[in-house]
Design a protein around this ligand. Structure first.
Ligand SMILES: Cc1cc2nc3c(=O)[nH]c(=O)nc-3n(C[C@H](O)[C@H](O)[C@H](O)COP(=O)(O)OP(=O)(O)OC[C@H]3O[C@@H](n4cnc5c(N)ncnc54)[C@H](O)[C@@H]3O)c2cc1C
Length: 450
Protein backbone atom coordinates (compact mmCIF):
# COMPACT_ATOMS: atom_id res chain seq x y z
CA UNK A 1 0.00 0.00 0.00
CA UNK A 2 1.34 3.48 -0.83
CA UNK A 3 1.86 5.83 2.10
CA UNK A 4 0.00 9.16 2.10
CA UNK A 5 2.24 12.03 0.99
CA UNK A 6 3.54 13.81 4.09
CA UNK A 7 5.42 16.61 2.30
CA UNK A 8 4.72 18.21 -1.08
CA UNK A 9 7.77 20.01 -2.38
CA UNK A 10 6.75 22.72 -4.84
CA UNK A 11 9.40 23.58 -7.44
CA UNK A 12 11.85 21.10 -8.95
CA UNK A 13 14.83 23.46 -8.90
CA UNK A 14 18.03 23.18 -6.92
CA UNK A 15 16.48 23.67 -3.48
CA UNK A 16 13.39 21.61 -4.25
CA UNK A 17 15.27 18.60 -5.66
CA UNK A 18 17.76 18.57 -2.76
CA UNK A 19 14.87 18.87 -0.30
CA UNK A 20 12.92 16.03 -1.94
CA UNK A 21 15.99 13.75 -1.97
CA UNK A 22 16.73 14.51 1.68
CA UNK A 23 13.11 13.90 2.72
CA UNK A 24 13.11 10.57 0.89
CA UNK A 25 16.43 9.71 2.51
CA UNK A 26 14.88 10.43 5.91
CA UNK A 27 11.96 8.12 5.15
CA UNK A 28 9.32 10.80 4.47
CA UNK A 29 6.72 10.08 1.75
CA UNK A 30 7.40 12.95 -0.65
CA UNK A 31 5.83 14.42 -3.77
CA UNK A 32 7.63 16.98 -5.94
CA UNK A 33 5.58 19.28 -8.19
CA UNK A 34 7.38 21.17 -10.95
CA UNK A 35 5.36 23.46 -13.20
CA UNK A 36 7.50 23.02 -16.33
CA UNK A 37 6.84 22.05 -19.10
CA UNK A 38 3.13 22.84 -18.48
CA UNK A 39 4.03 26.43 -17.57
CA UNK A 40 7.31 28.22 -18.30
CA UNK A 41 9.65 30.74 -16.67
CA UNK A 42 11.50 33.38 -18.72
CA UNK A 43 14.84 31.65 -18.02
CA UNK A 44 14.44 27.88 -17.66
CA UNK A 45 14.25 25.64 -20.73
CA UNK A 46 12.13 22.53 -21.23
CA UNK A 47 11.28 20.22 -18.38
CA UNK A 48 14.70 19.59 -16.82
CA UNK A 49 14.78 19.32 -13.05
CA UNK A 50 17.50 21.05 -10.99
CA UNK A 51 18.22 23.26 -13.95
CA UNK A 52 21.35 25.43 -13.76
CA UNK A 53 20.11 28.60 -15.42
CA UNK A 54 23.27 30.66 -15.98
CA UNK A 55 26.95 29.98 -15.29
CA UNK A 56 27.61 26.23 -15.03
CA UNK A 57 29.98 26.82 -12.11
CA UNK A 58 29.08 25.90 -8.54
CA UNK A 59 32.09 27.99 -7.57
CA UNK A 60 35.32 27.18 -5.76
CA UNK A 61 36.14 24.03 -3.84
CA UNK A 62 39.18 25.67 -2.18
CA UNK A 63 39.02 25.36 1.63
CA UNK A 64 40.14 29.00 1.92
CA UNK A 65 36.92 30.23 0.25
CA UNK A 66 33.45 30.51 1.77
CA UNK A 67 31.94 28.46 -1.04
CA UNK A 68 34.60 25.77 -0.48
CA UNK A 69 33.73 25.62 3.22
CA UNK A 70 30.01 25.55 2.41
CA UNK A 71 30.60 22.51 0.19
CA UNK A 72 32.51 20.76 2.97
CA UNK A 73 29.64 21.42 5.37
CA UNK A 74 27.11 20.10 2.88
CA UNK A 75 29.21 17.00 2.26
CA UNK A 76 29.28 16.36 6.01
CA UNK A 77 25.46 16.48 5.95
CA UNK A 78 25.21 14.11 3.00
CA UNK A 79 24.17 16.60 0.32
CA UNK A 80 22.67 14.80 -2.69
CA UNK A 81 23.02 17.46 -5.35
CA UNK A 82 26.72 18.10 -4.69
CA UNK A 83 27.29 14.40 -5.09
CA UNK A 84 25.34 14.46 -8.36
CA UNK A 85 27.33 17.53 -9.49
CA UNK A 86 30.63 15.69 -9.00
CA UNK A 87 29.32 12.85 -11.13
CA UNK A 88 28.71 15.37 -13.94
CA UNK A 89 31.72 17.65 -13.44
CA UNK A 90 33.55 19.30 -16.31
CA UNK A 91 37.10 20.69 -16.01
CA UNK A 92 37.09 24.11 -14.29
CA UNK A 93 40.33 24.53 -12.34
CA UNK A 94 39.59 24.90 -8.65
CA UNK A 95 35.86 25.32 -9.24
CA UNK A 96 33.17 22.65 -9.40
CA UNK A 97 31.45 23.11 -12.76
CA UNK A 98 28.92 20.77 -14.34
CA UNK A 99 27.51 19.69 -17.66
CA UNK A 100 24.07 21.15 -16.97
CA UNK A 101 22.06 18.61 -19.01
CA UNK A 102 23.90 15.63 -17.53
CA UNK A 103 23.38 17.12 -14.05
CA UNK A 104 19.62 17.48 -14.54
CA UNK A 105 19.38 13.92 -15.88
CA UNK A 106 21.41 12.62 -12.93
CA UNK A 107 19.16 14.40 -10.40
CA UNK A 108 16.00 13.12 -12.13
CA UNK A 109 17.38 9.55 -11.99
CA UNK A 110 18.20 9.93 -8.29
CA UNK A 111 14.69 11.23 -7.54
CA UNK A 112 13.16 8.26 -9.34
CA UNK A 113 15.52 5.90 -7.53
CA UNK A 114 14.59 7.42 -4.16
CA UNK A 115 10.87 6.88 -4.81
CA UNK A 116 9.91 10.57 -4.98
CA UNK A 117 6.64 11.08 -6.89
CA UNK A 118 7.24 13.77 -9.52
CA UNK A 119 4.23 15.65 -10.92
CA UNK A 120 4.10 18.40 -13.51
CA UNK A 121 1.98 21.56 -13.53
CA UNK A 122 1.85 24.87 -11.66
CA UNK A 123 0.80 25.02 -8.04
CA UNK A 124 -1.29 28.16 -7.63
CA UNK A 125 -2.60 27.73 -4.09
CA UNK A 126 -1.52 25.96 -0.92
CA UNK A 127 -4.60 24.55 0.83
CA UNK A 128 -4.08 23.23 4.38
CA UNK A 129 -4.43 19.46 4.83
CA UNK A 130 -4.24 17.44 8.03
CA UNK A 131 -0.82 15.83 8.56
CA UNK A 132 0.66 17.42 5.42
CA UNK A 133 3.43 20.00 4.96
CA UNK A 134 4.10 22.18 1.92
CA UNK A 135 7.75 22.94 1.20
CA UNK A 136 7.72 25.74 -1.35
CA UNK A 137 10.97 26.20 -3.30
CA UNK A 138 9.81 27.91 -6.46
CA UNK A 139 12.78 30.20 -6.75
CA UNK A 140 13.34 33.70 -8.06
CA UNK A 141 10.96 33.18 -10.98
CA UNK A 142 7.99 31.85 -9.03
CA UNK A 143 4.79 31.92 -11.09
CA UNK A 144 2.50 34.94 -10.68
CA UNK A 145 -0.47 33.16 -9.01
CA UNK A 146 1.81 31.56 -6.41
CA UNK A 147 3.51 34.90 -5.66
CA UNK A 148 0.01 36.26 -5.06
CA UNK A 149 -0.91 33.30 -2.84
CA UNK A 150 2.25 33.76 -0.76
CA UNK A 151 1.48 37.49 -0.50
CA UNK A 152 -1.98 36.65 0.84
CA UNK A 153 -0.61 34.08 3.28
CA UNK A 154 2.18 36.29 4.62
CA UNK A 155 0.24 39.54 4.44
CA UNK A 156 3.40 41.18 3.10
CA UNK A 157 4.26 42.33 -0.40
CA UNK A 158 6.93 40.30 -2.22
CA UNK A 159 10.41 41.79 -2.56
CA UNK A 160 12.50 41.66 -5.69
CA UNK A 161 15.89 42.39 -7.21
CA UNK A 162 17.38 42.14 -10.71
CA UNK A 163 19.89 39.50 -11.81
CA UNK A 164 21.50 38.85 -15.19
CA UNK A 165 22.87 35.83 -17.08
CA UNK A 166 25.95 35.58 -19.30
CA UNK A 167 26.08 34.34 -22.91
CA UNK A 168 27.52 31.03 -24.10
CA UNK A 169 29.18 30.26 -27.43
CA UNK A 170 30.30 27.18 -29.38
CA UNK A 171 33.94 26.13 -29.15
CA UNK A 172 34.15 25.47 -32.89
CA UNK A 173 33.26 29.10 -33.62
CA UNK A 174 36.19 30.40 -31.53
CA UNK A 175 39.59 31.15 -33.03
CA UNK A 176 41.75 29.10 -30.67
CA UNK A 177 44.94 30.54 -32.17
CA UNK A 178 44.02 33.80 -30.49
CA UNK A 179 43.17 32.30 -27.10
CA UNK A 180 45.37 30.70 -24.45
CA UNK A 181 44.67 28.12 -21.78
CA UNK A 182 45.34 29.03 -18.13
CA UNK A 183 43.79 28.94 -14.69
CA UNK A 184 44.11 32.02 -12.51
CA UNK A 185 47.28 31.81 -10.38
CA UNK A 186 47.78 28.38 -11.95
CA UNK A 187 45.35 26.92 -9.43
CA UNK A 188 44.13 23.55 -10.67
CA UNK A 189 44.41 22.58 -14.32
CA UNK A 190 44.62 25.15 -17.12
CA UNK A 191 40.96 24.61 -17.96
CA UNK A 192 39.90 28.11 -18.97
CA UNK A 193 40.22 29.69 -22.39
CA UNK A 194 41.48 33.24 -22.10
CA UNK A 195 41.19 36.16 -24.49
CA UNK A 196 43.91 38.73 -23.83
CA UNK A 197 43.03 42.36 -24.53
CA UNK A 198 45.58 45.13 -24.90
CA UNK A 199 44.70 48.60 -23.71
CA UNK A 200 43.27 49.73 -27.05
CA UNK A 201 41.14 46.60 -27.46
CA UNK A 202 39.88 46.99 -23.90
CA UNK A 203 38.95 50.64 -24.38
CA UNK A 204 37.14 49.85 -27.63
CA UNK A 205 35.19 47.08 -25.92
CA UNK A 206 34.19 49.38 -23.05
CA UNK A 207 33.18 52.15 -25.46
CA UNK A 208 31.02 49.77 -27.52
CA UNK A 209 29.45 48.18 -24.43
CA UNK A 210 28.41 51.64 -23.25
CA UNK A 211 27.07 52.71 -26.64
CA UNK A 212 25.17 49.47 -27.37
CA UNK A 213 21.39 49.27 -27.16
CA UNK A 214 20.01 47.50 -24.11
CA UNK A 215 16.93 45.28 -24.00
CA UNK A 216 13.97 46.81 -22.18
CA UNK A 217 13.15 45.04 -18.93
CA UNK A 218 9.80 45.73 -17.27
CA UNK A 219 10.12 48.02 -14.22
CA UNK A 220 13.92 47.78 -14.29
CA UNK A 221 15.62 49.85 -11.62
CA UNK A 222 19.43 49.71 -11.53
CA UNK A 223 19.50 50.35 -7.77
CA UNK A 224 17.88 46.92 -7.41
CA UNK A 225 20.63 45.02 -9.25
CA UNK A 226 22.18 42.15 -7.29
CA UNK A 227 25.68 43.34 -6.38
CA UNK A 228 27.36 40.00 -7.13
CA UNK A 229 25.89 39.68 -10.63
CA UNK A 230 25.97 43.13 -12.29
CA UNK A 231 25.68 43.29 -16.09
CA UNK A 232 29.04 44.16 -17.67
CA UNK A 233 27.63 47.33 -19.24
CA UNK A 234 26.59 48.55 -15.76
CA UNK A 235 30.08 47.81 -14.39
CA UNK A 236 31.63 49.57 -17.40
CA UNK A 237 29.45 52.63 -16.76
CA UNK A 238 30.83 52.96 -13.24
CA UNK A 239 34.34 53.84 -14.45
CA UNK A 240 36.70 53.30 -17.41
CA UNK A 241 38.82 50.73 -15.55
CA UNK A 242 36.04 49.04 -13.58
CA UNK A 243 35.91 45.98 -15.84
CA UNK A 244 39.70 45.63 -15.82
CA UNK A 245 39.56 45.50 -12.03
CA UNK A 246 36.39 43.38 -12.07
CA UNK A 247 35.36 40.44 -14.28
CA UNK A 248 38.10 41.18 -16.85
CA UNK A 249 40.91 41.42 -14.28
CA UNK A 250 44.12 39.92 -15.65
CA UNK A 251 45.90 39.13 -12.34
CA UNK A 252 47.24 35.59 -12.18
CA UNK A 253 46.58 35.08 -15.89
CA UNK A 254 49.98 35.70 -17.49
CA UNK A 255 49.96 35.02 -21.23
CA UNK A 256 52.45 32.22 -22.09
CA UNK A 257 52.69 33.58 -25.65
CA UNK A 258 54.05 36.83 -24.17
CA UNK A 259 56.61 35.24 -21.82
CA UNK A 260 53.98 35.07 -19.09
CA UNK A 261 53.36 38.83 -19.12
CA UNK A 262 50.01 39.91 -17.77
CA UNK A 263 47.67 41.36 -20.45
CA UNK A 264 45.81 44.64 -19.86
CA UNK A 265 42.54 42.73 -19.44
CA UNK A 266 41.31 39.16 -19.94
CA UNK A 267 37.94 37.69 -20.89
CA UNK A 268 37.72 34.12 -19.56
CA UNK A 269 35.65 31.32 -21.06
CA UNK A 270 34.73 28.20 -19.13
CA UNK A 271 33.71 24.80 -20.48
CA UNK A 272 29.93 24.29 -20.18
CA UNK A 273 29.28 20.68 -21.22
CA UNK A 274 30.98 17.30 -20.94
CA UNK A 275 31.82 17.19 -24.61
CA UNK A 276 33.63 20.52 -24.26
CA UNK A 277 31.74 21.96 -27.24
CA UNK A 278 30.15 24.92 -25.45
CA UNK A 279 31.89 27.66 -23.48
CA UNK A 280 30.42 30.41 -21.26
CA UNK A 281 31.83 33.91 -20.83
CA UNK A 282 32.82 34.14 -17.16
CA UNK A 283 31.26 37.08 -15.29
CA UNK A 284 29.94 38.55 -18.53
CA UNK A 285 26.27 38.96 -17.60
CA UNK A 286 24.58 41.41 -19.92
CA UNK A 287 21.24 42.82 -20.96
CA UNK A 288 22.34 44.17 -24.34
CA UNK A 289 19.95 43.42 -27.20
CA UNK A 290 20.86 40.11 -28.87
CA UNK A 291 22.10 41.74 -32.09
CA UNK A 292 24.25 44.07 -30.01
CA UNK A 293 25.69 41.12 -28.06
CA UNK A 294 26.76 39.55 -31.36
CA UNK A 295 28.26 42.80 -32.61
CA UNK A 296 30.07 43.88 -29.42
CA UNK A 297 31.29 40.53 -28.09
CA UNK A 298 32.74 39.63 -31.48
CA UNK A 299 35.22 42.46 -30.82
CA UNK A 300 36.89 40.21 -28.22
CA UNK A 301 40.02 38.57 -29.71
CA UNK A 302 39.25 35.01 -30.80
CA UNK A 303 35.51 35.66 -30.81
CA UNK A 304 35.21 37.41 -34.17
CA UNK A 305 33.06 34.55 -35.56
CA UNK A 306 31.47 33.46 -32.27
CA UNK A 307 28.18 31.61 -32.55
CA UNK A 308 25.89 32.20 -29.61
CA UNK A 309 24.11 29.26 -28.02
CA UNK A 310 22.51 31.41 -25.33
CA UNK A 311 22.33 35.17 -25.01
CA UNK A 312 22.68 37.22 -21.84
CA UNK A 313 19.44 38.43 -20.25
CA UNK A 314 18.27 40.35 -17.19
CA UNK A 315 15.45 39.18 -14.92
CA UNK A 316 13.38 40.35 -12.01
CA UNK A 317 13.82 37.97 -9.08
CA UNK A 318 11.16 37.45 -6.44
CA UNK A 319 11.89 36.74 -2.76
CA UNK A 320 10.15 36.86 0.58
CA UNK A 321 10.76 39.18 3.51
CA UNK A 322 11.91 36.13 5.47
CA UNK A 323 12.87 37.85 8.77
CA UNK A 324 9.37 39.25 9.05
CA UNK A 325 7.21 36.46 7.67
CA UNK A 326 8.92 33.20 8.65
CA UNK A 327 9.73 31.37 11.86
CA UNK A 328 13.34 30.15 12.23
CA UNK A 329 12.24 26.72 10.91
CA UNK A 330 11.22 28.44 7.63
CA UNK A 331 7.50 27.96 8.21
CA UNK A 332 5.27 30.93 7.46
CA UNK A 333 4.24 32.68 10.66
CA UNK A 334 0.64 32.78 9.44
CA UNK A 335 0.59 29.19 8.09
CA UNK A 336 3.01 26.87 9.92
CA UNK A 337 2.20 24.02 7.52
CA UNK A 338 3.82 26.01 4.68
CA UNK A 339 7.62 26.01 4.72
CA UNK A 340 9.84 27.83 2.23
CA UNK A 341 13.33 27.14 0.87
CA UNK A 342 15.86 28.22 -1.74
CA UNK A 343 16.52 31.55 -3.28
CA UNK A 344 13.02 32.85 -2.51
CA UNK A 345 14.04 32.99 1.19
CA UNK A 346 16.84 35.48 0.46
CA UNK A 347 19.89 33.29 -0.13
CA UNK A 348 21.63 33.84 -3.46
CA UNK A 349 23.49 31.24 -5.49
CA UNK A 350 23.20 27.65 -6.62
CA UNK A 351 24.97 26.01 -3.70
CA UNK A 352 23.35 28.32 -1.16
CA UNK A 353 19.94 27.31 -2.57
CA UNK A 354 20.92 23.64 -2.33
CA UNK A 355 22.00 24.21 1.30
CA UNK A 356 18.65 25.81 2.06
CA UNK A 357 16.78 22.87 0.50
CA UNK A 358 18.79 20.38 2.54
CA UNK A 359 18.36 22.16 5.87
CA UNK A 360 14.65 22.91 5.41
CA UNK A 361 14.02 19.25 4.51
CA UNK A 362 15.72 18.20 7.75
CA UNK A 363 13.57 20.70 9.67
CA UNK A 364 10.42 19.36 8.00
CA UNK A 365 11.35 15.73 8.67
CA UNK A 366 12.18 16.60 12.29
CA UNK A 367 8.79 18.29 12.72
CA UNK A 368 6.98 15.24 11.39
CA UNK A 369 8.83 13.13 13.96
CA UNK A 370 8.19 15.55 16.81
CA UNK A 371 11.89 16.43 17.09
CA UNK A 372 13.20 19.93 17.62
CA UNK A 373 16.57 20.46 15.94
CA UNK A 374 18.97 22.86 17.66
CA UNK A 375 19.94 25.92 15.59
CA UNK A 376 22.91 25.40 13.29
CA UNK A 377 26.11 26.88 14.77
CA UNK A 378 26.69 30.50 13.76
CA UNK A 379 30.34 29.65 13.15
CA UNK A 380 29.32 27.58 10.12
CA UNK A 381 28.52 29.06 6.71
CA UNK A 382 25.16 27.26 6.74
CA UNK A 383 24.30 28.54 10.20
CA UNK A 384 25.42 32.10 9.54
CA UNK A 385 23.45 32.29 6.29
CA UNK A 386 20.32 30.25 7.10
CA UNK A 387 20.15 31.34 10.73
CA UNK A 388 21.86 34.63 11.50
CA UNK A 389 21.55 36.46 8.20
CA UNK A 390 18.06 35.45 7.09
CA UNK A 391 16.51 36.19 10.46
CA UNK A 392 18.22 39.48 11.19
CA UNK A 393 15.33 41.83 11.95
CA UNK A 394 17.62 44.81 12.57
CA UNK A 395 17.91 45.54 8.83
CA UNK A 396 14.91 47.31 7.33
CA UNK A 397 15.08 45.30 4.11
CA UNK A 398 16.53 41.85 3.51
CA UNK A 399 19.00 41.90 0.61
CA UNK A 400 19.87 38.43 -0.76
CA UNK A 401 23.41 37.25 -0.18
CA UNK A 402 25.90 34.59 -1.23
CA UNK A 403 27.93 32.57 1.26
CA UNK A 404 30.82 34.69 2.55
CA UNK A 405 33.20 34.80 5.50
CA UNK A 406 31.87 38.23 6.51
CA UNK A 407 28.77 36.50 7.88
CA UNK A 408 30.84 34.59 10.46
CA UNK A 409 31.66 35.91 13.92
CA UNK A 410 35.28 36.88 14.70
CA UNK A 411 37.67 34.06 15.53
CA UNK A 412 38.66 33.91 19.21
CA UNK A 413 42.35 34.27 18.29
CA UNK A 414 43.99 36.89 16.11
CA UNK A 415 45.50 35.45 12.92
CA UNK A 416 47.44 37.93 10.83
CA UNK A 417 47.69 36.25 7.43
CA UNK A 418 44.43 36.49 5.49
CA UNK A 419 44.58 33.01 3.98
CA UNK A 420 45.41 31.42 7.34
CA UNK A 421 42.47 33.30 8.87
CA UNK A 422 40.15 31.91 6.22
CA UNK A 423 41.48 28.38 6.68
CA UNK A 424 40.99 28.70 10.45
CA UNK A 425 37.38 29.83 9.91
CA UNK A 426 36.82 26.76 7.74
CA UNK A 427 38.30 24.47 10.38
CA UNK A 428 36.13 26.02 13.11
CA UNK A 429 33.04 25.63 10.88
CA UNK A 430 33.72 21.95 10.23
CA UNK A 431 34.47 21.24 13.88
CA UNK A 432 31.31 22.98 15.12
CA UNK A 433 29.14 21.35 12.46
CA UNK A 434 30.50 17.97 13.53
CA UNK A 435 29.47 18.70 17.12
CA UNK A 436 26.01 19.78 15.92
CA UNK A 437 25.64 16.54 13.98
CA UNK A 438 26.19 14.72 17.27
CA UNK A 439 23.40 16.62 19.10
CA UNK A 440 20.73 14.13 20.34
CA UNK A 441 17.86 15.50 18.17
CA UNK A 442 20.06 15.40 15.08
CA UNK A 443 21.31 11.87 15.73
CA UNK A 444 17.68 10.81 16.37
CA UNK A 445 16.68 12.29 13.03
CA UNK A 446 19.53 10.60 11.21
CA UNK A 447 19.26 7.29 13.11
CA UNK A 448 17.29 5.56 10.35
CA UNK A 449 19.80 6.39 7.62
CA UNK A 450 21.39 3.44 5.88
C1 LIG B 1 18.75 34.96 -14.39
C2 LIG B 1 19.44 34.29 -13.25
C3 LIG B 1 20.80 34.00 -13.28
C4 LIG B 1 21.43 33.37 -12.20
N1 LIG B 1 22.74 33.07 -12.28
C5 LIG B 1 23.36 32.42 -11.27
C6 LIG B 1 24.74 32.02 -11.37
O1 LIG B 1 25.36 32.21 -12.39
N2 LIG B 1 25.32 31.41 -10.31
C7 LIG B 1 24.61 31.16 -9.17
O2 LIG B 1 25.19 30.58 -8.24
N3 LIG B 1 23.30 31.52 -9.05
C8 LIG B 1 22.67 32.15 -10.06
N4 LIG B 1 21.33 32.51 -9.96
C9 LIG B 1 20.69 32.46 -8.66
C10 LIG B 1 20.18 31.14 -8.08
O3 LIG B 1 21.24 30.45 -7.58
C11 LIG B 1 19.40 30.26 -8.98
O4 LIG B 1 18.29 30.96 -9.43
C12 LIG B 1 18.97 28.96 -8.29
O5 LIG B 1 18.55 28.09 -9.29
C13 LIG B 1 17.89 29.12 -7.24
O6 LIG B 1 17.48 27.85 -6.79
P1 LIG B 1 15.96 27.59 -6.35
O7 LIG B 1 15.82 26.14 -6.15
O8 LIG B 1 15.60 28.49 -5.24
O9 LIG B 1 15.09 28.04 -7.62
P2 LIG B 1 15.08 27.41 -9.09
O10 LIG B 1 16.29 26.60 -9.32
O11 LIG B 1 14.76 28.54 -9.99
O12 LIG B 1 13.87 26.40 -9.05
C14 LIG B 1 12.53 26.80 -8.90
C15 LIG B 1 11.66 25.87 -9.71
O13 LIG B 1 10.31 26.14 -9.36
C16 LIG B 1 9.52 26.07 -10.54
N5 LIG B 1 8.27 26.82 -10.28
C17 LIG B 1 8.08 28.15 -10.26
N6 LIG B 1 6.81 28.44 -9.91
C18 LIG B 1 6.17 27.26 -9.74
C19 LIG B 1 4.83 26.89 -9.39
N7 LIG B 1 3.90 27.79 -9.15
N8 LIG B 1 4.53 25.56 -9.29
C20 LIG B 1 5.48 24.62 -9.52
N9 LIG B 1 6.75 24.91 -9.88
C21 LIG B 1 7.10 26.22 -9.97
C22 LIG B 1 10.43 26.62 -11.61
O14 LIG B 1 10.04 26.19 -12.89
C23 LIG B 1 11.79 26.07 -11.19
O15 LIG B 1 12.08 24.84 -11.80
C24 LIG B 1 20.68 33.09 -11.03
C25 LIG B 1 19.31 33.37 -11.01
C26 LIG B 1 18.69 33.95 -12.11
C27 LIG B 1 17.20 34.18 -12.06
Amino acid sequence: MTRPVAVTVVGGGLAGCEAALQLARLGVATRLVEMRPVAATPVHHGDALAQIVCSNSLKSVEPSTASGVLKQELDAMGCRLLDAARACAVPAGSALAVDRDAFSAEVAARLAGAGVIVERGPVDSLPAREGHLWLVATGPLTSGPLVEELGNLTGRPALHFFDAIAPTVTLESLDLEQLYRAARYERGEADYLNAALDREQYETLVRELLAAEKAEVHAFDRTELFAGCQPVEEIAASGPKSLAFGPLRPVGLGDPRQDGRRPYAVVQLRQENREGTIYGLVGFQTRLKQGEQRRVLRLIPGMQDAEFVRYGQLHRNFYLDTPRCCAPDFSLLARPDVMVAGQMTGVEGYVESIASGLYTAWLAAARLRGLSLPALPRTTICGSLLGGFLFDTTTARLTPMNANFGLLPDLPEHIRAKRDRKLARGEAARRDLDLWLREPAVTDLLASLP
